[in-house]
Design a protein around this ligand. Structure first.
Ligand code: B12
Length: 590
């Protein structure tokens, strides 16, 4: 299969690249890097300079993630985590500030748009009031570059002293609900990159690979390819410095280590952070200390043996249960520092030769992937010297098609992407295993009953979290249910139309972004408009910050969802049990 320009761009109208760049350069002349306590107390011009010093001194960097809906609480976290760790004789170098996804809309639209669970900074002074709370590097990683609000958010963050801003990974995969203009998002993204690249200091333009395609590739070498492509666009075409983050989904110790070693050879600037392996966390706090130690030790050793300036991120043990409280972030860091102090000597137990063997394969195949994407695009008629076209083409094709078309693995039609992965990535493999386990647990009688029923399901996710959807699809596909893809980050009206036009027997929604109730209400309205009513199942993280209550914490909305007649599922098996129950009562004429 080949693609051509018309298929990807249809009748897309691009503005002139030179005009976009010129406008961004003019803006950048009006922007100054604020003197936040981190830069002042460390007597440095940028976080990149700080990271390079740390690499030279072979000191580990520590990264904490904060961002509560409430600014006052986030400021308290900024201060308290720093002060408390200092009082224990430990330190924290940087904070990843977790903005709410509504911050990705231009400010004039924010009020009326759906909101998630993160931090909302209403005005530029709010950015400053946060970064001035302690001498810790402010990293604005999400809902900044890569969104329709890229330029205004980037300016506010620079004025507040941030010299590390993201997130290119997010540009590729994240769609703001009810925002349809991806050309404008791309223009904003390029302007923001140019503003950062025009600063008089070494400025880090961050990309969280797991927010991007790493979470969705079946071949880990494609993620190294993504690093190379992002470097090509941001560094060669736009003159900036890329800084990469990875970690959420890297759950095998050997490939986690190998990835770091491969990355260290293909990057020029220090990395932003190595994120904690959040996907292995369970709902039992104590067990998560083992999970934390299992990846954190690998990360400590990787930084000690081949330092890249990445901040290490010990994820609090409550992460899978709720947004971690301030003291829970402190606990995780305390644990991590102690582990780092105890890690001496462990490097003798690691097989670096084995890791480097994998790292070399990742680099070779990743380079091939980058090359194949660029030559493939050129043949398709895409201008690969124009970042506007390149970014948009990558975004519109998405991880699955890019891997199918240009992946470095050998062809094999039995593989999920039609290719044998050079180095298998873990997330999709683990989901497939989970799906097999669920099938194995179903009784034969149930399986046969479901297969005979010829059911059709329309399934969608409300946001970038796609694993719940993939898992449900995989299980239902195996039991003969026909899948109608309602899309990822799909708006309620789109799902309703898809379901109706395919005449689906039921609708399934996977949601994680704290919008469950609002989303379902809108979906029901849309279905009513279409005079189409079918059972709705929902699973994932079913919470929301109430618009009426003064609490800034999300609350569980299961009961409200049930009151609306929606079937709440904690496991895929809940949906299957309900389907069987529905089939049987239909048979019995109830
Ligand atoms: C993986 C993950 C990510 C990945 C997603 C990768 C991808 N492409 O899918 C990445 C790194 C991209 C990500 C990003 C973000 N994430 Co996230 N992420 C997670 C994480 C670790 C796991 C969720 C998951 O996919 N689990 C795998 C599924 C298969 O398992 P499960 O969740 O247990 O689901 C079971 C059932 O619920 C059921 N199920 C699920 N859906 C459905 C649907 C139906 C119909 C049925 C029947 C069953 C079902 O299936 C499973 C079987 O048992 C959770 C924390 C956690 N441990 O839960 C946070 C979490 C969901 N993320 C969160 C947040 C805030 C974000 C960000 C907004 C952070 C930010 N500011 O950047 C961003 C999203 C924006 C962006 N960057 O674009 C929050 C949500 C907060 C909330 N609602 O209270 C969580 C809870 C972390 C936290 N505690 O703060 N994330």
């Amino acid at each position: 299969m080949k693609v051509n320009r018309n298929q990807i761009f249809l009748d897309t109208k691009f503005p002139l690249l030179d005009d976009v760049i010129e406008e961004a350069k003019n803006i950048s002349e009006t922007v100054t890097i604020g003197k936040c306590p981190f830069l002042v107390e460390n007597e440095i011009k940028s976080e990149c300079e700080y990271k390079r010093n740390k690499i030279k001194k072979k000191e580990l960097m520590f990264h904490g993630q904060i961002g509560y809906r409430d600014l006052a609480k986030t400021r308290r976290a900024y201060q308290e985590i720093y002060e408390t760790l200092k009082s224990y004789g430990y330190y924290i170098d940087r904070y990843g500030i977790c903005l709410d996804w509504s911050m990705g809309y231009p400010s004039q639209y924010r009020e009326s748009m759906p909101k998630g669970t993160g931090l909302i900074l209403k005005k530029p002074e709010d950015f400053i009031s946060l970064t001035e709370a302690a001498p810790v590097a402010p990293h604005f990683g999400d809902f900044m570059i890569g969104t329709p609000a890229s330029v205004e958010n980037t300016i506010a963050a620079i004025n507040a002293g941030s010299t590390s801003i993201g997130n290119i990974g997010q540009y590729f995969t994240f769609r703001m609900p009810q925002w349809h203009d991806d050309v404008e998002t791309t223009v904003q993204t390029i302007k923001a990159i140019t503003i950062c690249a025009s600063q008089p200091v070494e400025f880090l333009i961050h990309s969280n690979l797991d927010d991007g395609f790493a979470a969705l590739f079946t071949d880990m070498s494609c993620t190294i390819g993504a690093v190379l492509l992002e470097r090509y666009i941001v560094e060669e075409l736009l003159g900036g410095n890329m800084s990469h983050c990875y970690g959420h989904t890297f759950s095998e110790p050997l490939t986690r280590l190998a990835f770091q070693r491969a990355l260290s050879q293909v990057i020029k600037s220090p990395g932003s952070m190595i994120y904690g392996n959040t996907t292995i966390y369970v709902e039992k706090e104590v067990e998560n200390y083992a999970n934390l130690a299992s990846y954190f030790l690998v990360d400590i050793i990787s930084q000690k043996t081949q330092p890249t300036g990445h901040g290490l991120n010990p994820v609090p043990v409550t992460e899978a249960i709720h947004i971690p409280e301030i003291h829970e972030v402190i606990n995780a860091h305390q644990f991590a520092h102690r582990l780092a102090n105890r890690a001496d000597g462990y490097e003798l137990l690691f097989d670096f030769q084995k890791a480097d063997h994998i790292a070399n394969k990742l680099i070779k195949a990743g380079t091939e992937f980058k090359h194949q994407v660029l030559t493939g695009f050129e043949h398709a008629g895409i201008d690969i010297k124009n970042p506007l076209e390149l970014l948009l083409a990558i975004r519109r094709l998405g991880a699955k098609q890019l891997e199918e078309l240009y992946g470095p693995g050998k062809f094999d039609k039995n593989q999920p992407r039609g290719r044998i992965p050079v180095i298998q990535a873990t997330p999709l493999k683990e989901l497939e295993q989970k799906s097999e386990d669920i099938i194995a647990s179903l009784g034969l009688e149930n399986l046969q009953e479901l297969k005979k029923a010829n059911l059709k399901i329309c399934i969608a996710s409300t946001d970038v979290h796609e694993y719940g959807k993939i898992l449900v699809e995989s299980v239902l596909h195996k039991i003969g249910v026909l899948i109608v893809d309602g899309g990822v980050s799909s708006d309620p009206d789109v799902v309703a139309r898809h379901a109706k036009s395919a005449d689906a027997d039921f609708i399934a929604i996977s949601t994680y972004s704290g919008v469950a109730l609002k989303y379902i209400k809108q979906l029901l309205d849309e279905l009513n408009l279409l005079e189409y009513r079918k059972p709705i199942f929902i699973g994932g993280k079913l919470n929301q910050i109430s618009e009426e209550s003064s609490s800034s914490l999300p609350k569980d909305v299961t009961t409200e969802l049930q009151t609306l007649g929606v079937f709440v599922c904690y496991r895929v098996e809940d949906l299957i049990d309900k389907l069987i129950e529905m089939l049987r009562s239909k048979l019995n004429g109830k």
